[in-house]
Design a protein around this ligand. Structure first.
Ligand code: HEC
Length: 145
């Protein structure tokens, strides 16, 4: 009977130590998943712009980007360098978070413009999005290799 508390104790230790490194990986995967979502939706919009797929869901694709962008900052809040994120994300947090919030606003406005003004107006928005993606990546993203 006396052994039981010892067993419980070592289990608790395991639980306390294991998730720490796993959760760093989770944090990185989470923010990369959101970026990938925006990337895939941008790819769909690129195909619409090229006329290679139907444009029926143009507004919906733009809404998905806006929704993903609105969740992105939360995913970067934990200060976990790694993946392709430069440490500058957290060193320059005020600038980084402003860029991300501006991007969320820009894409929300872009989705509205697409809905109310149609395809041509939406396409102009996409060019502005690309500038925002690139502007932030130039500052805060590095290639893994
Ligand atoms: C405010 C800054 C910011 C904006 C805006 C932004 N990104 Fe990113 N993006 C990052 C950072 C930082 C990373 C690196 C994340 C990591 O690997 O931990 C990243 C990573 C990525 C990745 C790589 C994900 C992976 O699997 O490693 C893709 C793809 C990507 N972004 C696409 C986009 C697209 C498309 C847009 C615009 C529609 C965009 N991003 C807008 C900051 C931004």
């Amino acid at each position: 009977m006396r052994r039981i508390p010892i067993v419980l104790c070592s289990c608790a230790l395991l639980l306390a130590t294991l998730p720490v490194s796993a959760s760093d990986q989770d944090v990185i995967q989470f923010r990369e998943a959101i970026m990938k979502t925006m990337n895939e939706q941008s790819a769909a919009l690129g195909e619409i712009a090229a006329g290679s797929i139907p444009d029926d869901n143009l507004v919906a694709h733009m809404q998905v980007i806006a929704l993903a962008a609105s969740t992105a900052l939360k995913a970067f809040e934990p200060k976990v360098p790694g993946g392709e994120a430069k440490p500058d994300v957290w060193a320059n947090w005020a600038d980084f978070s402003k860029r991300m919030m501006d991007f969320a606003q820009q894409t929300a406005a872009g989705a509205k413009i697409a809905k109310t003004q149609g395809k041509d107006a939406a396409m102009v928005q996409l060019i502005n999005y690309a500038d925002s993606c690139k502007g932030c990546h130039d500052m805060y993203r590095q290639n893994k290799n």
